[in-house]
Design a protein around this ligand. Sequence first.
Ligand SMILES: [Zn+2]
Ligand SMILES: [Zn+2]
Length: 430
Amino acid sequence: MSNEKQLLQSVRGTSDLLPNDQPLFQRVNRVFADIAIACGFKEISLPIFEYSWLFQKGVGSTSDIATKEMYYLHHKEGDNLDIALRPEGTAGIVRAYYEHGMHTWSQPVRLFYSGPMFRHERPQKGRERQFTQFGIESIGESDSSEDALVILAACQALYRLQIKPENFSVHINSIGCTHCRPKYIKKLLAYIKTRQDKLCDDCLLRAETNPMRVLDCKNKTCQAHTTDAPNHLDHLCDNCKNHFKSTLEYLEEAGISFNINHRIVRGLDYYTRTVFELIAETGTLKGQALGAGGRYDNLVATYGRRKAPAVGFSAGVERVITILKDLKLSKVPTEKPQVFVIQLGSSAKKKAFSILRQLLAAGIKTASSLSSNSLKTQLKMATKNNVRFALIIGQRELLDKTVIIKDLQNGSQETVDLKQYLAILLERLK
Ligand SMILES: [Zn+2]
Ligand SMILES: [Zn+2]
């Protein structure tokens, strides 16, 4: 620990978001938010830590997240508050839904969020220990149209970012409900028993805790030995079957092509019926999910409250940024300063502050190099910053109560009264 400190390095699995990367990061968040708002979702911001049990109950005590990946917080004085950094966003949303009486609002309640999540995983490409998730959640509606709306919003956000339908694919599955899933799990377990000697250790462990996860094992040998595993879709009850069928019909109508993939099961206990992943088809993340989601009709009841059906989606913002970079779509136009304030001499430097105040109050984006004294250096800086106008104030202008407006594009300049420069400048900036 002390070594890392001495090297002045960020903690393994975390990274800094530098000024040059901010415009793209903000754009991705902005586009997701715009689409969410356009679909009727409203923003919510939650703390990054909650009581641990909230996550343990939510993701399931046997899930990888609860057993290996959560960051538990301990206070220095030793009082164990039993809180943890959030590994995902959904549990907190459900907590807030009840805490603020949203179950009494008109349903469904559609919410979106964005922020850092924390998981203690082995860091690798597309998987940091602190990462940013953008998510949408719709609580209070069981109809399949809500599932389709969530998937439509997710795809539409990627399209808006210029990620084309051929750059990612929608994989969808239904994992049934509390009525039909137990029967399926029984069949699946019987099947897994016949393959036991072929499967990896992880799969054997999963067979005990969360058997469906055997199907999404990334190990090629496991995949080869489970190709004829019982398919959940053949074991859905009538309600689940109809729900899945109509979800797909809505997606078809929305022009979204999808792959029905029985290996999509999601790692978390709380999913029911629809589960889906948006998988990158290009670049360094090829084969990995850019985002994923599903229906979680039983999560709310897990917390001992009246059942409320829900469906949601979350995207890994850094992953979306990675595919944008791979696709050479990472250039984002940034806002340039409009006026460069140039001062010559100590009295003019003081005056520059009153001018800066006026410019800022008028909503003008400024740049300046107040510590330099030479006209040449400051003009050079202005050109380098791509600024259209420079305001120059020196000894002479101070005495005359004037200022020079210089158009850096055509080189023309004029001396104007200090009382009028702002109106003239605003006119030119139009
Ligand atoms: Zn069912
Ligand atoms: Zn395996």
